[in-house]
Design a protein. Structure first.
Length: 206
C-alpha cells in the first residue's frame, strides 16, 4: 500500500506531475493492476462455485417448504459492507490503485474549484465512491467487456465520480485547494431524523 500523508504531522504531499511521467513504468503499473484484478476475479469465481450437494440417505422431506437460505449470499463485494480486517485489506488494495493509476493519469490540478484531499481514505463518501469506481474499472477492463469497455468506464463511471468528489460543494470542500497548503477536514452531514413528523399547522418546540 502506498503511504498516505498523516494530517497530524503536517506532512505536505508532493503534487502529482505528468511532465516526467515514465510511460513504460505507468504501463507496467497498469498491467500489474489488471493482473491483480483478474486474479481476484478468478478467486471470487472459484469461491462462488459451490460444489453440488451430495445426496444422503434419509427421510423424504419433499412435502415441506424450504427453509431460508444463508444470509448475504457470499462475501460482500462493496467495501462499505465490510468491516475489520476485510475492510482494511480492501482499502489497502484500493489505495494502491488510486496512487498508482487514478492520480497519475486522472489527477488534475488542485484549485479552489477542484479540491482534493491527500487523506481521502478518512472521508467515507470518498472511500465509497472510489471503491465503486475501482470495481467498475475491473469489470470494464475485462476482455469480456469488449473493445468499448474502457470508453464506457470513462463515460459512465470516471467522469461522474471525479466530478462529484472534486466539486466545490463535495466531500473535499474544506480540504486542499492549494497544493502548497494541504488541509483536511470532515464536514458534518445531516443528522439522522429521530423526531416525529410535525403535524400540519403546528410547529415543534425547539
Amino acid at each position: 500500500m502506498s503511504d498516505s500523508p498523516d494530517p497530524s504531522t503536517g506532512e505536505i504531499p508532493e503534487p502529482v506531475r505528468m511532465t516526467d511521467l515514465d510511460l513504460a513504468d505507468l504501463s507496467a503499473s497498469v498491467r500489474r493492476l489488471i493482473d491483480q484484478s483478474q486474479e481476484q476475479a478468478r478467486v471470487l469465481d472459484h469461491l462462488a462455485a459451490d460444489p453440488p450437494p451430495i445426496p444422503l440417505p434419509g427421510p423424504d422431506f419433499g412435502g415441506f417448504a424450504p427453509g431460508p437460505g444463508p444470509a448475504g449470499g457470499g462475501e460482500p463485494l462493496f467495501i462499505m459492507a465490510m468491516e475489520g480486517q476485510a475492510y482494511e485489506s480492501e482499502l489497502d488494495a484500493l489505495t494502491d490503485w488510486v496512487d498508482d493509476l487514478l492520480l497519475p493519469v486522472y489527477g488534475r490540478e488542485i484549485t479552489s474549484s477542484t479540491p482534493w484531499c491527500p487523506w481521502w481514505d478518512q472521508h467515507p463518501e470518498a472511500v465509497a465512491r472510489l471503491h465503486a469506481l475501482w470495481l467498475a474499472w475491473q469489470q470494464h477492463i475485462d476482455p469480456e467487456a469488449g473493445p468499448s469497455g474502457p470508453s464506457t468506464w470513462h463515460r459512465d463511471h470516471l467522469d461522474h465520480t471525479m466530478a462529484q468528489l472534486r466539486a466545490p460543494g463535495g466531500p473535499f470542500a474544506a480540504c486542499t485547494t492549494n497544493p502548497s497548503r494541504p488541509a483536511h477536514r470532515l464536514l458534518p452531514g445531516p443528522k439522522p431524523t429521530t423526531d416525529p413528523v410535525p403535524i400540519t399547522g403546528h410547529t415543534q418546540a425547539a
